[in-house]
Design a protein around this ligand. Structure first.
Ligand SMILES: [Fe+2]
Length: 162
């Protein structure tokens, strides 16, 4: 995790990386409301992913079973961060409280999440322009990819695939 931040900082300044993995995405104009993984590379120890966020797209509120670090490279992605208020003892039940939100643009630094409850967040692109972010994830600490939350009904469930 300590190495992730400088590694990611270096990578998103690398001309070759930007030319091969970011520039082609700037042609994307279709599919408003969707986000997708445009590039993925990794092994057991880490995974690098480039996310493209079309205008209006958003993830569910979720966590990961690994640490993660990400930064904005094109446009702005909004991150909303939550904390869990219950003790996790009831199945499928989770009570959340929003902690903060902020936009991440190129040069804003790097956001980091820790596994499970220490990195509950939602990512979105509330702007009218394409946004692109680059993410580095560590090894999974569990079988699942993470969990998805629905605070409108205090619900949580496992997420098998990323
Ligand atoms: Fe995430």
């Amino acid at each position: 995790m300590r190495e992730a931040v400088p590694t990611l900082s270096r990578l998103v300044r690398d001309r070759g990386f930007l030319d091969s993995h970011i520039l082609p995405l700037l042609q994307e104009t279709e599919g408003a409301g969707e986000w997708y993984v445009a590039y993925r590379h990794g092994d057991r120890s880490h995974t690098l992913q480039v996310f493209a966020w079309l205008p209006g797209s958003a993830t569910r509120i979720h966590d990961h079973t690994s640490w993660g670090a990400f930064c904005g490279v094109v446009g702005a992605v909004l991150e909303e961060r939550y904390e869990r208020l219950d003790d996790g003892s009831l199945p499928d039940h989770a009570r959340l409280r929003k902690l903060w939100q902020r936009e991440w643009r190129r040069g804003d630094g790097i956001s980091t999440v820790l596994p499970y409850e220490d990195g509950i967040h939602r990512m979105s692109n509330p702007t009218g322009e394409l946004a692109i972010s680059v993410h580095l994830y560590g090894p999974r600490f569990g079988e699942i990819d993470g969990r998805d939350y629905d605070p409108s009904r205090d619900y949580v469930c496992d997420r098998l695939e990323d």
